[in-house]
Design a binder for this molecule. Structure first.
Ligand SMILES: Cc1ncc(COP(=O)(O)O)c(C=O)c1O
Length: 458
């Protein structure tokens, strides 16, 4: 099969073209439960395609093989439970139980859950910060280099949610097992001037393909370097995953991969140019935009992200954009907003965003109250994550949680970077940030509906 084929998608279409009556899961039977659309009719799982057709799982394997080829991996797995399940399987498949893992502290909360399940002992690598931006910006390459000479397990997140891309390739080959959460960077492998994790010596890396590659929500890929034994990863995916993976989700990955090479390469290259132009335009209008030149360290900017400072409050900007211009931002923080832009956006849509931001320049300069300060140091640990998460616990209101030991990660959302890990004391700096964020209407994963935190019961 050539890279022009999309075997899974084609097999699925050929099957539904025959309009079989379905006596199987899912219960909506080809969409009759709801208004019909092609999505509902494609909603199938675990089926034979017919007496002479291939058994679908083998088509999935073929689609995954083509994805591995496209993304420079030895083996790729399609994921239907987001990049999250990929991160879990990647860590658990790489780590001996009770083992040590070096982790960029700005990791996603899925990494915490992997440490809980595998009883892993995290050692943190400090993230970078830049004046005027209250969010972490990835681990310094110099810090990473220090651990690259150890035969240890190391995990970093690259690119960051707000669009910082570190050149991981520039620090050479790691001695140990290097894992990259590349959830936000599926497209990096398609761009000439960026090195995806696959060429930066990673043993395994995860793509949140639904974020920038256009596949359906919840889809992602776990990639293994050539020569890496697939068994532990496959086993963890089977343990953690559903037994009824959605074929529309998997087929959307097949289509996204077919588009990625070579069209995606050209499209992303052109898109990177228009993003550079957009950033320049917005700066000229008076917006403070996250750019390479404004960083106190060397890094590149992700062409999928536009991050602007909003002293008047990211939420205020997002609300105005939605209500007055019909434009929805990706996410907001206390004093920033981030926008996700891909080659699938039209010139007209980008021009609309630019025009709206031109109208809203007063929000770029108008002062608001000082944003909460993201703690530069992480809290003291008194228990390992698993002990804290699986031991006795109680719930207390966030406002009463200072000084207590967290039983779950506490992560301002999005993007879900835990400020406090289970087993750590909710210290003053973290408490202050979390409370300010919460009182300003921000969502914190780890709080229940009543705003209470799970803490270790002593
Ligand atoms: C760095 C990082 N890794 C993993 C994930 C999990 O992705 P998903 O929502 O696809 O499970 C996220 C979510 O935004 C993320 O920011």
């Amino acid at each position: 099969m050539t890279s022009l084929a999309a075997p899974l998608y084609e097999a699925l279409c050929a099957y539904v073209d025959k309009s079989p009556v379905g006596f199987h899961t899912p219960g909506h039977t080809g969409g009759r439960a709801y208004p019909l659309s092609s999505l509902w009719t494609l909603d199938l799982t675990e089926l034979f395609l017919g007496p002479t057709g291939p058994y679908l799982p083998s088509v999935v394997t073929e689609a995954e093989r083509l994805a591995a080829e496209a993304f420079g991996a030895g083996r790729s797995f399609f994921l239907t439970n987001g990049a999250s399940i990929g991160v879990l399987a990647m860590v658990l498949g790489s780590a001996p139980p009770g083992g040590t893992i070096f982790i960029g502290r700005d990791c996603h909360r899925a990494v915490v859950h992997a440490c809980i399940l595998g009883d892993l002992r995290p050692v943190f690598l400090p993230p970078l910060f830049a004046d005027g931006w209250e969010f972490p910006m990835g681990v310094a390459l110099s810090e990473l280099k220090k651990v690259f000479c150890r035969k240890d397990l190391i995990l970093v997140t690259n690119p960051t949610y707000q669009g910082i891309v570190q050149d991981l390739k520039s620090i050479g080959e790691p001695e140990g097992v290097f894992l990259v959460d590349e959830a936000h960077g599926t497209h990096l492998a398609l761009l000439e001037n960026y090195a995806g994790a696959g060429v930066a010596g990673a043993r395994a890396w995860v793509h949140g393909s639904h974020k920038t590659l256009g596949s359906l929500t919840q889809t992602g890929m776990l990639h293994l370097r050539r020569g890496v034994e697939e068994e532990p990863y496959l086993t963890w995916l089977e343990r953690l995953g559903t037994t009824s993976p959605s074929y529309p989700l998997l087929a959307s990955l097949d289509l996204a991969r077919r588009w990625a090479v070579p069209q995606g390469r050209e499209a992303w290259t052109r898109h990177a140019e228009r993003m550079a132009l957009l950033r320049r335009r917005l700066r000229a209008l008076g917006w403070r935009v996250l750019t390479e030149e404004g960083l106190p360290f060397s890094a590149a900017l992700d062409p999928a992200k536009l991050t602007v400072a909003v002293p008047a409050g990211g939420a205020t900007l997002a609300r105005k954009l939605l209500e007055d211009y019909g434009l929805q931002a990706e996410a907001v923080g206390p004093d920033w907003s981030v926008f996700l832009l891909t080659p699938f956006h039209t010139e007209e849509e980008i021009a609309r965003l630019c025009k709206a931001l031109a109208d809203l320049v007063p929000l770029a300069v108008q002062g608001g109250s000082s944003p909460p300060v993201w703690p530069r140091r992480w809290p003291e640990r008194v228990l390992w994550p698993r002990e804290a998460a699986l031991g006795p616990r109680r719930r207390v209101p966030l406002a009463e949680a200072e000084g207590l030991v967290a039983a779950e990660p506490l992560s301002p959302y999005p993007p879900g970077i835990p400020l406090v890990w289970p087993g750590e004391i909710i210290d003053q700096a973290s408490y202050t940030y979390l409370l300010a964020f919460y009182r300003a209407g921000g969502h914190i994963s780890g709080l229940d509906a009543a705003g209470r935190v799970a803490v270790v019961a002593i």
